[in-house]
Structure formats: C-alpha cells, structure tokens
Design a binder for this molecule. Structure first.
Ligand code: NAP
Length: 306
C-alpha cells in the first residue's frame, strides 16, 4: 500500500515525514520516483502534469493538496476515482487575516498614500467610507468572509449557486440573483471556484452591474477574471482599485501590465496557503476511508466542478 505525493516543484520532505508518522506501515513516495506504481492506491496531487495518473493502475482515490480542484479536473485523462479537497480552519483563518488586511489597506487609503509617497506629496485624507460589501461564493471561505465583515459592521450581501442562509448576510443565488448581490457594494470579494460556469465571470458586463468606483478583490482563481476588461474598467473609473492574489498565468510574467498599474495591488497567491502541519490529519483520514471503502471527507462533485 503506497501513497504517492504528486506535487511538482515543491519540497515534500516534511509532508512525507508527517504522513509516515500518521500512517505507520504505509509507504509514502514522491512522484516521479515511485518504486512500484501498481502499489499506489491513493495520491495527493497539486498541479500535476496531465496524464501522469494513468501510470497508477490501482488508484482508488485522489486528494487535492489545496482547497481548489480546478487544476486537477483540467486533466483530460483524470481517472474516475473520488476526489477530495482540503477544508481546514487554518486555511480559513489565513484567508480572513488577508482579507482583513486588504480591507484596512483600502479603508485607510494606503493605496493612495503609497502613490503620493512616490511623488513626495503630503495630502492628508480621511478614510474611505466603505459600508457595503459583496462576497461572490459562500462556501467554506466565502461564508466565513461574509460573516467576518458583517461582524465588522458592513452591510454584506453574498452570492452562491444555490440559496443559502447566513445570519446577518443577505444571500442571493443563481445568475438571476447576481445583479442584486452586487448592487451598491463598495467592495466585492471573489471567492468562487473556477469551473466552466465561473470562468471569465469577472468581465465588463459584470463590472457594469457594480457601483461606479467599486473596489474588487480576487482571491479565487485568475481565470475568473477577464484581464483586459479589468484594465478598461480601471481606466474608466468603473472599478476604482483591484487587489489580485491569483492570475491566469502564475507566476505573473515580468512584463504583465498588472505589475505597474497604479490601481492594482498584486500579491503572489499567498492569501491562504495549505499548511502541512494542519492538513496531514485529514489526508491520513481520507486514506483510511478510501482503503475501507468509505466516502471521503470533503469530496467534490465532479459534475459541478467543485
Ligand atoms: P467551496 O466551499 O467549494 O465554495 C464555493 C462557493 O461558490 C459555494 O458557495 C458555491 O455555491 C459557489 N459557487 C460555485 N459555483 C457557482 C456558480 N456557478 N454560481 C454561483 N455560485 C457558485 O469553496 P471554498 O473552499 O470557499 O474556496 C473557494 C475558492 O477559493 C477555491 O475553489 C479556490 O479556487 C479559492 N482559493 C484560493 C486560495 C488562495 O490562496 N488565493 C486559497 C484557497 C482557496 P453553493 O454554496 O450553492 O454550492
């Protein structure tokens, strides 16, 4: 019985050691150095090369090493086995800390003062009056963000695929609910998964539904955003500023216009990064479940893509 760790370009010693300690008697190997591919029944994957899972004829289950599964489902040769993802309070806490920092950054006008500093301009201004906030996606992360900002005194709307109930948050569902969810929001935070239904959703039609001068935060996936539409919306002032943690191509190319845009804050996909110490228990539990023929924790719906 072997677990394969298929997470290219990452040091995996710590994960390998912790999983070995959590699962005595189970062999943990790092792809592509697998002694016996036929012995692998469970694989932990993140941005794996498409097709490589075909080398594992006895695979029973897959575990994403992150909260998203879009890069895994993009593999046209993905085996038809159950796929689970990470759901971790430590990940949620990390996302909330990031979003709290970003909200303060804009409320305190640190973006403007940073630009003024570059011109040696001394121009005091009172904080931005941000009152309404919309969260697109009300799953593990989006629901936590919506409730966090509601507790901070924001009027919060949220948008999901199916009707949701969240205390203190006005929830809308489906394509028909999108305009109402966005209506009048000063800040829009995107926490949707990347699926065929959400790709390119953050486009000029959507920006036109938003309040003029909205601030956009995309911490979901880069392919939700039509980059040229954002640049045009920033030029016109429809979008006042954007904070982007995720990009169509990562790392962001050195020549990309986002780097030098005065109204864009770029962070290198760090808002919520999987922590080895906190995820090992759920990976080990899913391995045990898979071997016992039980349903996995946090299994995704392949049909819906999340
Ligand atoms: P989740 O629990 O699966 O929640 C997804 C939410 O999006 C659900 O509320 C779902 O609606 C909604 N949704 C899905 N498709 C929709 C559609 N077509 N229209 C409207 N709503 C739709 O996901 P999560 O754990 O909160 O994570 C969200 C995403 O954040 C991940 O997929 C990942 O891409 C991203 N992420 C980024 C980072 C980072 O470091 N930047 C870290 C972690 C995660 P229902 O409630 O109706 O199902």
């Amino acid at each position: 019985m072997t677990i394969a760790l298929i997470i290219p370009d990452r040091k995996l010693d710590d994960l390998q050691q912790r999983l070995s300690a959590a699962l005595p008697g189970v062999t943990i190997e790092v792809w592509p150095e697998l002694n016996d591919p036929a012995a692998v029944t469970f694989a932990v994957v993140w941005k794996h090369p498409a097709g490589c899972l075909q080398q594992l004829p006895n695979l029973k289950a897959l575990q994403s090493y992150g909260a998203g599964v879009d890069s895994i489902l993009a593999d046209p040769e993905l085996p038809l086995v159950p796929l689970a993802r990470v759901v971790d309070p430590a990940l949620t806490e990390s996302m909330l800390r990031y979003l709290a920092g970003i909200e303060s950054y804009y409320r305190l006008r640190l973006d403007q003062f940073h630009r003024q500093q570059q011109q040696a301009q001394w121009k005091p201004k009172s904080p931005r009056q941000l009152r309404k906030l919309c969260v697109l996606g009300l799953g593990e992360l989006g629901a936590a963000a919506a409730q966090f900002f509601q507790m901070q005194g924001y009027q919060v709307t949220g948008w999901a695929r199916r009707p949701q109930q969240l205390s203190g948050v006005t929830c809308y569902a489906g394509v028909d609910g999108l305009a109402a969810a966005l209506n009048d929001a000063d800040l829009v935070i995107c926490l949707l998964p990347l699926t065929s239904a959400t790709e390119d959703l953050l486009n000029k039609q959507l920006f036109a539904l938003m309040k003029a001068g909205v601030i956009l935060v995309n911490v979901a996936r880069g392919a939700l955003l039509v980059e040229a539409d954002l640049l045009a919306a920033l030029d016109s002032g429809q979008v006042q500023a954007a904070c982007l943690d995720v990009f169509r191509q990562e790392p962001l190319a050195a020549t990309h216009p986002f780097w030098s845009h005065p109204s864009i804050l770029v962070t290198p996909h760090i808002s919520a990064v999987t922590r080895v110490d906190t995820v090992v228990a759920q990976i080990a539990e899913n391995y045990r479940r898979s071997e016992a023929g039980l349903a996995l924790l946090n299994q995704i719906d392949r049909q819906q893509g999340y």
